[in-house]
Design a protein around this ligand. Structure first.
Ligand SMILES: Cc1cc2nc3c(=O)[nH]c(=O)nc-3n(C[C@H](O)[C@H](O)[C@H](O)COP(=O)(O)OP(=O)(O)OC[C@H]3O[C@@H](n4cnc5c(N)ncnc54)[C@H](O)[C@@H]3O)c2cc1C
Length: 587
């Protein structure tokens, strides 16, 4: 064989699973040489955050730690000295069709709602054999068969399916049963006192990582060496390879395997689905929601779930002197877009549709929803807004706001466009075209009547000034438009300072949110955990046998693959004694 750079193990993908696989291998045997190759120009994969939106970081990918029991993510963050804040999820529900906000406790008393919770809670007791292969069905059909009313289906879609990263119609019953049976982490919800990427950095310490190395081919036909080639023809060889790329990358055939993967494996890969997930991040000059509000699940709305990250960081426990010095709270700076932020989370069919919209349109719809949720209802077509002396038209989105001196001006919006080459850098900046909506519309309803205000767009264009080297700030200018919003009725539009839309389907090496319980996929993940010829190993969230797409699951799959590789290298299974001597289970 030609002489190529050689490593004992090559790990493909520097997401949390790949990094943990490499770290675990080093812990098992520091003499094993491990190289991680990563397609993009940064580590972390779906873990990514951004500064500059508000006086604290905003997570664009994972943000919550789900459950404390036996969670490797929980243990890791504790080992790192992170403080964790527990939150009630969700603490409010908003019914868009009725324009009604309800506290969770009040809603839990509703018999119909309790029935939906109960059906999901009892999924673990369902006979999974009824749903094998062709007999599997969507959770939407399952709930209908159980007599759940259509109004409650909407709640289940916004509350459960969106959280699963898909829509109710995409959610498969058998894998949901599997997920419910395997979930052992508890129901608590935690947020870290620092970006999730600090865990990534911690895991990556001491690991040999090569960025901008997109793998295009893996030849595992020879017994003693697996050849890994990049898109541009670079090559490496290794005794073992761990593939941790997202399931979309395997499904799309980005990596050519020689020989081809066994047919059964290919079938299983195709059966696991990953829908899109998007975050709509909006910065505001002031908080306009109740201080105790954290998370709202919304039915009949554009955004099925929103959370207010200001609440996240406003209640940290006092820092302990034994912790690493790390301050999650930065001082408000004029370079930040706003003082507070709202994050909208959208997955599944909704996200697929939203992905087609312009960012301008996404912001207008999102702001319209927030105005409806938190503004004072406007039930007459024209209304005098006392105190401001402004004329307010129902349902309109304006271009106007008051500047610091109280003068009525065109609303300046700022939009940072995420660089789709999966970097944390902001490459492009773009001003949002000012626009208005001529329809009387409600969040979630037909918005086809919206029209661009070309004149206002023209005013908005070419008035940018650079702030902090990376954000465009629109110069406010007078407009003769008579339509505007008011602080009372449209608090979101009024205080909107700019934002960012993160569309994970547009990340070239991710292409979606996270894998979800998929119809007909029962057994697929277990099959993916099996190595091919003891040379090719698979890890990553989609390979978790418990159908768990969370961070802790991704970590566990990395550990599992490291363990399998180690066992295969020493050609005999490691005893429990060796494992504990090597401290394999400790963080
Ligand atoms: C919007 C969003 C919100 C989420 N929220 C939460 C949450 O609150 N809590 C939670 O626990 N989880 C959450 N998750 C899920 C969590 O992010 C994932 O479970 C986890 O990050 C997956 O890690 P991974 O290592 O399996 O995959 P990834 O992080 O995707 O890593 C795979 C790596 O492979 C690389 N790669 C791809 N193709 C190639 C190639 N050909 N060659 C080399 N490298 C390649 C990719 O660039 C990537 O870096 C969320 C995910 C998203 C998108």
């Amino acid at each position: 064989m030609e002489s190529l750079e050689y490593h004992d193990v090559v790990v493909i993908g520097a997401g949390i699973a790949g990094l943990e696989a490499a770290r675990s291998l080093r812990k098992l045997d520091p003499s094993i040489s491990v190289l991680v190759v990563e397609a993009s120009d940064r580590i972390g994969g779906r873990v990514e955050h951004i500064d500059g939106i508000a006086p604290y970081h905003i997570e664009l990918g994972p943000e919550f730690l789900h459950g404390a029991n036996n969670s490797s993510m929980f243990q890791l963050s504790k080992a790192m000295g992170c403080r964790l804040h527990e939150y009630a999820y969700p603490d409010r529900f908003y019914f868009g069709a009725e324009r009604r906000m309800v506290k969770r406790e009040e809603l839990d008393a509703d018999a119909e709602v309790a029935r939906v919770h109960e059906l999901f809670a009892n999924l673990a007791d369902e006979a999974i054999d009824q749903y094998t292969g062709e007999n599997d069905t969507s959770v939407a059909d399952y709930l209908r068969r159980k007599g759940v009313k259509e109004s409650m289906m909407k709640l289940a879609d916004a509350l459960y399916a969106n959280d699963f990263g898909c829509s109710l119609t995409e959610l498969g019953v058998a894998e949901c049963i599997q997920e419910a049976r395997s979930w052992s982490f508890g129901d608590s919800y935690f947020i870290l006192d620092r970006p999730v990427s600090s865990i990534i950095q911690w895991l990556a310490e001491g690991t040999n990582i090569r960025l901008l190395w997109p793998v295009a081919a893996i030849d595992y036909s020879l017994e003693n060496a697996v050849r890994v080639a990049s898109v541009d023809g670079r090559a490496l060889q290794a005794r073992r390879v761990i593939v941790t790329v997202p399931i979309t990358i395997l499904r799309d055939g980005d990596i050519q395997f020689s020989p081809a993967l066994p047919l059964e494996k290919l079938r299983m890969i195709q059966s696991i689905n990953m829908s899109n997930a998007m975050k709509v991040v909006m910065a505001f000059s002031e908080r306009f929601w109740p201080e105790d509000l954290f998370d709202v699940v919304c039915t009949d709305c554009f955004l099925p779930e929103i959370w207010m990250t200001s609440a996240t960081l406003s209640r940290p426990a006092p820092p302990s002197s034994s912790l690493r010095s790390f301050s999650p709270l930065r001082c408000p700076s004029s370079a930040n877009l706003g003082k507070v932020a709202v994050v909208g989370f959208v997955a599944g069919e909704r996200a697929k549709e939203m992905s087609q919209f312009s960012h301008d349109k996404i912001f207008r719809k999102a702001l319209s929803q927030l105005d409806e949720m938190f503004g004072k209802a406007t039930d007459c077509a024209m209304k005098q807004d006392e105190g401001e002396g402004l004329v307010d038209l129902e349902g309109t989105h304006s271009l106007k706001r008051r500047d610091d001196s109280g003068k009525l001006v065109t609303a300046g919006t700022q939009l940072m466009q995420q660089d789709t080459s999966s970097t944390a850098r902001i490459r492009e900046q773009q001003t949002v075209h000012a626009s208005h909506c001529t329809s009387v519309s409600r969040a979630g309803e037909d918005y086809n009547k919206e029209q661009e205000d070309e004149e206002a767009s023209a005013i908005a264009d070419n008035h940018g000034e650079m702030v902090g080297g990376r954000l465009w700030k629109l110069q406010k200018s007078e407009t003769n438009s008579g339509i505007h919003f008011s602080q009372r009725h449209n608090p979101a539009s009024w205080h909107f300072a700019g934002g960012l839309v993160k569309d994970w389907s547009k990340e070239p090496f991710i292409r979606g949110g996270y894998s979800h319980p998929s119809k007909g996929a029962q057994g697929a993940r277990a099959s993916l955990t099996m190595p091919v010829l003891q040379r090719l190993f698979f890890a990553g969230e989609a390979t978790h046998e418990g159908v768990n797409p969370c961070l802790q699951a991704a970590i566990d799959t990395g550990r599992r693959a490291a363990n399998q590789v180690f066992d295969s290298l020493i050609q005999k299974p490691m005893s429990e004694g060796t494992r504990s001597r090597l401290g394999f289970n400790a963080c």
